[in-house]
Ligand binder design. Structure first.
Ligand code: UDX
Ligand code: UDX
Length: 481
């Protein structure tokens, strides 16, 4: 039997992964109708907003693609049943957060949304359907999905004569460069055992990706590779951040060290920027999931090894908040601190697990008043981040502040750098937005209360320019300051 020619795709989950991925597939495959569905009506409305600046996800280049494809072969809808019924291929791209209660709380991924999707697919599918795992999942989840799909028993479902093939096709896109990552991927990974289903998915990617970049593996290798890729990337950041701390006490400079070690082609120069700790929806969640899996499979040493990557990351955030207090004469009570950047990295409006959240909470707890400016993050989002945290975090972390409502009243949202820094005792750069690299320190300095500090957690300012403007400077990993 030849492979299934895909004419219609349904993607469940219109988030940071599902939305941009489907937009690029639709753009590159005009012969395929792509429907992205989501249970969240507001999100779907935002994807359908005629004003392209109001899309729910900010990604450079995404608006142009949506403009080209939306209404032609790219559609956003809440009608999950209809989209599943007419789909030849279904991508599952829903969130898989860390479990906050029950078995594996604080580590294992919560698969309730993935399971719910599999049940919907089982209920509404018609004929043969290829189900593709896009969400990052623990190893062997495909077996669970397959079992749910095959266990369907409703009369309506049986009359539709469904059959299924499950593939794993993890996403490696990085926020802020998602469109480029999707259009020019280092590799596309497809795991599965059904050659027809694999060929069908390959035929989609082949529209714009060289065949030699499409890797085929078994299901479990594909699922595991995604977790391990993120664990390796996060491990590099914890390695460089731990080295930054060493640089600060020895007089070395982390940027020089990174350059020196990165010139070794075996190490490579990418992903060696020291910062306030990694954030984003994936790294911590995926490592904790890996730690849980290692424990589950009787490998406690391996679990401890990977857990230390997360521990160093938490330590880095705490270390930075503490050193800010120390430098400001041991107290920030009643002091105004300008926070520049709240997103977990530049070029995104995403704040999930942003190091800014933890650092801001620690400083609020110390009594500081924060004036927060980020070019893309909304006031509502910051307020949500400062007043909520996952239940598992509160269980595991004794250091968390207790009165979050009180903390929420001690910060203000600013619409510009100038508004944030006026009267401030210190500036904290927490996201590496371009705007912050180009700050004219001689213009900013007179607006601040002296003595005043610049704390650059991203290593993007020139300390000479800062000190020349009469400000004191701390830069991550810079032992010469
Ligand atoms: C998510 C996961 O975080 C990541 O691990 C995985 O690789 C891909 O999916 P992301 O797209 O960034 O990444 O998540 P998010 O922006 O939260 O989007 C998920 C969407 O799924 C949400 O809009 C949510 O409303 C939707 N959803 C969730 C459904 O439509 N149905 C459900 O049953 C559950
Ligand atoms: C990551 C992976 O890169 C991607 O392949 C996967 O699919 C999802 O998770 P993302 O979280 O979007 O992507 O961004 P990434 O660029 O990896 O950055 C993650 C965090 O690490 C950010 O907080 C970033 O600021 C930080 N980081 C990254 C550093 O601190 N230093 C670096 O050198 C690189």
């Amino acid at each position: 039997m030849s492979f299934t020619q895909i004419r219609t795709i349904c993607c469940i989950g219109a988030g940071y992964v599902g939305g941009p991925t489907m937009a690029v597939i639709a753009d590159r495959c005009p012969h395929i109708q792509v429907v992205v569905v989501d249970q969240n009506k507001d999100r779907i409305s935002a994807w359908n907003n005629p004003d392209l600046t109001k899309l729910p996800v900010f990604e450079p280049g995404l608006d142009e693609i949506v403009k080209r494809a939306r209404g032609n072969n790219l559609h956003f809808s809440c009608d999950v049943k209809k989209a599943i019924q007419s789909a030849d291929m279904i991508f599952i791209s829903v969130n898989t957060p860390t479990k906050n209660k029950g078995l594996g709380a604080g580590q294992a991924s919560d698969l309730k949304w993935v399971e719910a999707c599999a049940r919907q697919v089982a209920q509404f599918s018609v004929g043969h359907t290829i189900v593709v795992e896009k969400s990052t999942l623990p190893v062997r989840t495909a077996a669970t999905i397959q079992a749910i799909l095959e266990a369907t028993s409703s009369q309506e479902a049986l009359e539709a004569n469904p059959s299924f093939s499950v593939l794993s096709n993890p996403e490696f896109l990085s926020e802020g460069t998602a469109i480029n990552d999707l259009e020019k991927p280092d590799r596309v990974l497809i795991g599965g055992s059904d050659p027809n289903a694999i060929e069908a998915l390959v035929s989609i990617y082949k529209q714009w990706v060289y065949p030699e970049k499409i890797l085929i593996t078994n299901l479990w290798s594909s699922e595991l590779s995604k977790l391990i890729a993120n664990a390796f990337l996060a491990q590099r950041i914890s390695s460089i951040n731990s080295t930054a701390a060493l640089c600060e006490v020895t007089g070395a400079n982390i940027q020089e060290v990174a350059n020196a070690i990165g010139s070794d082609s075996r190490i490579g120069s990418k992903f060696l920027s020291s910062g306030p700790g990694f954030g984003g929806s994936c790294f911590q969640k995926d490592i904790l999931n890996l730690v849980y899996l290692c424990g589950h499979f009787g490998l406690p040493e391996v679990a401890n090894y990977w857990e230390s990557v997360v521990k160093i990351n938490n330590w880095q955030k705490k270390r930075i908040a503490k050193l800010i207090v120390d430098k400001l004469f041991g107290t920030v009570t009643g002091k105004k601190l300008a926070v520049l950047g709240f997103a977990f990295k530049a070029n995104t409006n995403d704040t999930r697990e942003s190091p800014a959240i933890k650092i801001a909470k620690d400083l609020l707890e110390e009594g500081a008043t924060l004036a927060i400016y980020d070019p893309k993050v909304t006031k509502e989002q910051i307020s949500l981040d400062l007043t909520q945290y996952p239940a598992f975090e509160s269980k595991n972390n004794q250091d968390l502040p207790t009165n979050l409502a009180e903390l929420d009243s001690n910060w203000m949202y600013c619409k510009s750098i100038v508004e944030a820094v006026r009267g401030a005792d210190a500036i904290l750069i927490l996201t590496e937005w371009n705007h912050f690299t180009n700050i004219q320190w001689s213009e900013i300095s007179p607006l601040m209360r002296k003595p005043s500090w610049v704390f650059d957690t991203r290593g993007i300012v020139n300390p000479k320019h800062v000190t020349k403007a009469g400000l004191m400077c701390w830069r991550v990993g810079d032992g010469s300051l």
